[in-house]
Design a protein around this ligand. Structure first.
Ligand SMILES: [Fe+2]
Ligand SMILES: [Fe+2]
Length: 472
């Protein structure tokens, strides 16, 4: 399973043994690079960034740290070492051998799953394109670029699957991945959260906290797949994804810490010292959390039931959790939150139809842990206010609660009252303008913008004041 880094395309899939595939991917490579130069980080492409690169897929030994210019990053194709189960772990094909080729009956569904996942990867790079110009420190600048190059690699991972298993239409889909643009009116990215602008660092940290975390749960469900190449690809992506979540969770935590310190110093009004008020942090959490839980899809979903029945997409920890013993999920029901006659109510659906909701539940539980960390930070500085997660019914664009006037407590409100009070719960134009006014670059080693606390330690054992980016 060693990775051949000298290959034009680094890989551990023995690419050179399949000349046709190799040629197809080598033909896509210049298009990817052209997309990266056009839509990847603005400026900084000639600078030396202290980045990790995958050099092996073995646990603990896969990350190699060094200075790299981003265009020279070794984007490649890495599958986890045979970790995939040998038999399908759930659904109608439970216990049958896993598929090494695309099962013909499910080709359309598999392609859709891979394209939808793949599309999010370049989308987030596009959304974050301008953030380098206002980074609060070299440490953060480096983390942004690490996330960006790895999202580029995740695109490679999905494009590899499309090229190797879907023939002509797979190649077409791979081209489309480079043609759609985040936020574009004519050719947007597939999912809504990936078309929303990220133009300040509070939004970036909330995005990597909440939206990348959706990615973690989607990838984890796909890592259970009966289609073995998808399972092994996503398993390795998850190891990279962990860092993105770290960047988000600790990034928000550092802002919360600084805000709390400034609240103490300024007797409340942190804007006097260029801090970000807690209310703006809360509203930005509300915005990205609600946009991210939309990504799980409708509560009662026949598509989700099919993906599970076919063995394409499992539950979170389907194969490893002691809690999950019935891997067919034919028995049992799930009580969902829904809306009837304009009122919030509950409805029982067969378990398989609730797969989106089960994944969303696991996700929300994970988010609560981060909230607990941030609230601990507030208390430890002596601030009594706390941050909260809004109800999963709040500000939804997808599913039973889409477009309804529901407050963060999850209660239905008279539409007019909701319209006038909404600004209390979601970032206003003034909030965005204020946060934007703080976005000035801080590029001195060991220096940090005043609205964010330094991290407790650096990357890969390096000191916090390490020169994480060397400008050319
Ligand atoms: Fe990703
Ligand atoms: Fe990510």
């Amino acid at each position: 399973m060693s990775i051949d880094l000298d290959d034009k395309i680094p890989n551990n899939v023995d690419l050179s043994s399949d000349r046709r595939l190799q040629k197809a991917l080598e033909a896509w490579q210049p298009n990817f690079k052209a997309w990266w130069m056009d839509m990847g980080p603005s400026s900084f492409q000639q600078d030396q960034i202290y980045l990790r690169t995958a050099v092996s897929v073995e646990k603990g030994g896969w990350a190699h740290y060094d200075y790299v210019k981003m265009p020279d990053y070794r984007w490649g194709i890495f599958l986890a070492p045979g970790a995939a189960e040998k038999t399908i772990g759930f659904g109608d094909h439970l216990g049958q051998p896993v598929w090494d080729k695309v099962p013909g009956d499910y080709r359309k569904e598999l392609r859709r799953i891979i394209v939808t996942q793949g599309d999010t990867e370049p989308a987030s790079v596009e959304q974050q394109k301008l953030l380098g110009k206002c980074a609060p420190s070299l440490y953060d600048l480096r983390n942004l670029f690490q996330v960006n190059v790895e999202e580029g690699r995740h695109l490679w991972a999905m494009v590899y699957l499309l090229h190797s298993y879907f023939g002509r239409d797979g190649r077409d889909e791979a081209e489309e991945m480079l043609a759609r643009r985040s936020g574009d009116a004519d050719s947007p990215r597939i999912l809504a959260a990936f078309n929303k602008p990220i133009d300040d660092w509070l939004s970036f940290f909330c995005f990597t906290m909440f939206t990348d975390r959706d990615g973690k749960f989607q990838l984890a469900a796909l890592a259970e797949s009966g289609f073995a190449p998808l399972a092994r690809t996503t398993q390795f992506m998850l190891t990279e994804e962990a860092h993105h979540l770290f960047v988000g969770q600790t990034g928000v935590n550092r802002i919360v810490q600084r805000t709390a310190e400034l609240m103490k110093e300024t007797a409340g009004d942190v804007t006097k010292q260029g801090g970000i008020p807690l209310e703006i942090i809360q509203r930005t959490i509300n915005f990205w959390f609600s946009a991210s839980i939309d990504l799980f899809g409708g509560e009662d979903s026949s598509n989700a039931a099919s993906y599970f029945a076919y063995g394409l997409k499992g539950r979170y920890k389907e194969s490893s959790s002691d809690q999950i013993t019935d891997h067919q999920a034919l028995e049992g029901a799930y009580t969902l939150d829904t809306v009837q006659d304009g009122k919030v109510t509950s409805a029982e659906v067969p378990l398989r139809r609730a797969m989106n909701e089960l994944l969303r539940d696991a996700y929300i539980e994970d988010c609560q842990k981060a909230l607990a960390m941030w609230n601990k930070t507030l208390s430890s500085v002596g601030v009594s206010e706390q941050l909260t997660l809004p109800s999963h019914r709040f500000n939804r664009e997808v599913g039973a609660f889409a477009g309804l006037p529901i407050n963060p407590a999850g209660e239905m409100m008279p539409p007019k009252k909701y319209a006038t009070e909404q600004f209390k719960w979601l970032p206003s134009a003034a909030d965005r303008a204020y946060v934007q006014s703080l976005m000035v670059p801080v590029y001195g080693p060991g220096q940090f913008a005043n609205w964010i606390a330094p991290p407790p330690k650096g990357i890969n054992g390096q000191p916090v004041d390490f020169e994480y980016v060397k400008f050319h």
